[in-house]
Write a protein that binds this ligand. Structure first.
Ligand code: AMP
Length: 280
C-alpha cells in the first residue's frame, strides 16, 4: 500500500495508473476508520478499482464550537485497517498541504446546504464540498464512494458533481450498523455506556417508522413523524429534527414513496448523531 502525504505524489501515481487503463475508486474519509468505511472500500474493491482512500480531518467543515480539535484520530490503527482491506494507496495530507495560507475559494451548493444539518451546522457543507472538490481534482477518480449514513452530504455531493460537470461517478453505499443497531460512526467513541443506550432513540424511532411503512403500509408522513418523535422524546435526548423528504431537493413530502427518506438528528449530551432510513 502506498502512503502519500503530498498532492504531487498522488497526481503522479494517478497518471501512471490511468496510463495502465485502470479504474480509480476513491473513498474520502476523516479517519478513525470503522466498518462503515471498510464497507465503502469493499465496494470499490468489488468494482475492481485501484482503490485510493484519503484521511483528512478537514478544518473547513467544523464550526467554531464544534469538535475539530478533539475529533478522534489514530493513523497507525487506520493504516493497519487499510492494509488489511488491500487498499492500493492512502493519501494523508497535512492541513498546510491541503490549504495555502491564503485559501479564498469555496464551493457552495446553495439551498440544499442550508436545510436540515445546515441549520445546526452553518457552513458545514461549504467546507465539505470545497475539500471534496479539491480531493477529486487531486485524485481524479472514476468512481467515488459515499455512505447513505450521511444522506444530505451524499445528495449535495451528487448535486455538485452534476452542476459542475465533474467526471466522476458517485456510488452510494448503505449504512453499516453495530449489532445494537446504532449506525457506525467515528463519533460513537464519545458516548459513555449510558449515552450509547440513549443514542438508540433515533435508530429505534426509525425502525418503528420502517415497520409502520413496510408492514402496516402507513405512508402518511405526519403520522410517521409523530410516532417517531414520541419514541425519541421517551429517551432523555434532544431531538434536533426528524423529517420526511424526497431525496433530490430535500423538500418535505406528505407520503412515503420511492426516492424518499426520513432523516433525523439528535443530541445526547454533547454528542450529535444523525441517522436515516431511505426508500431508494
Ligand atoms: P467520515 O470519515 O465520517 O467523513 O466518513 C467518510 C465516508 O464514510 C462518508 O461517505 C460517510 O458517509 C461514510 N460512512 C460513515 N459512516 C458510515 C456508516 N455507518 N455506513 C456507511 N457509510 C458510512
Amino acid at each position: 500500500m502506498e502512503i502519500l502525504e503530498k498532492k504531487e505524489q498522488v497526481k503522479s501515481l494517478v497518471k501512471k495508473i490511468k496510463k495502465e487503463g485502470k479504474t480509480i475508486g476513491f473513498i474520502p474519509t476523516m479517519g478513525y476508520l470503522h466498518h462503515g468505511h471498510t464497507s465503502l472500500i469493499k465496494n470499490a474493491k468489488k468494482d475492481r478499482c485501484f482503490t485510493i482512500v484519503s484521511i483528512f480531518v478537514n478544518p473547513l467543515q467544523f464550526g467554531p464550537s464544534e469538535d475539530f480539535q478533539r475529533y478522534p484520530r489514530n493513523i497507525d490503527r487506520d493504516l493497519s485497517i487499510l492494509k488489511n482491506e488491500n487498499v492500493d494507496a492512502v493519501f494523508i495530507p497535512s492541513t498546510e498541504e491541503m490549504y495555502h495560507r491564503l485559501h479564498l475559494t469555496e464551493v457552495n451548493v446553495s439551498e440544499l446546504s442550508e436545510k436540515l444539518e445546515g441549520k445546526f451546522r452553518p457552513g458545514h457543507f461549504k467546507g465539505v464540498c470545497t475539500v471534496v472538490l479539491k480531493l477529486f481534482n487531486i485524485v481524479q477518480p472514476d468512481k467515488a464512494y459515499f455512505g447513505w449514513k450521511d444522506a444530505q452530504q451524499l445528495i449535495i455531493i451528487k448535486k455538485m458533481v452534476a452542476d459542475l460537470d465533474l467526471d466522476v461517478n458517485i456510488v452510494a453505499v448503505s449504512t453499516v450498523r453495530d449489532p445494537d443497531g446504532l449506525a457506525a460512526s467515528s463519533r460513537n467513541v464519545y458516548l459513555s455506556e449510558q449515552e450509547r443506550k440513549q443514542a438508540l432513540a433515533l435508530y429505534n424511532a426509525l425502525q418503528k417508522i420502517k415497520e409502520m411503512v413496510e408492514l402496516q403500509k402507513i405512508t402518511r408522513t405526519d403520522l410517521l413523524i409523530e410516532e417517531g418523535k414520541k419514541i425519541i422524546n421517551s429517551y432523555n435526548v434532544e431531538l434536533q429534527y426528524l423529517v420526511a423528504v424526497e431525496l433530490e431537493n430535500l423538500t418535505k413530502i406528505p407520503y412515503i414513496q420511492k426516492n424518499t427518506g426520513i432523516l433525523g438528528a439528535i443530541k445526547v449530551n454533547n454528542v450529535r448523531l444523525i441517522d436515516n432510513i431511505i426508500w431508494e
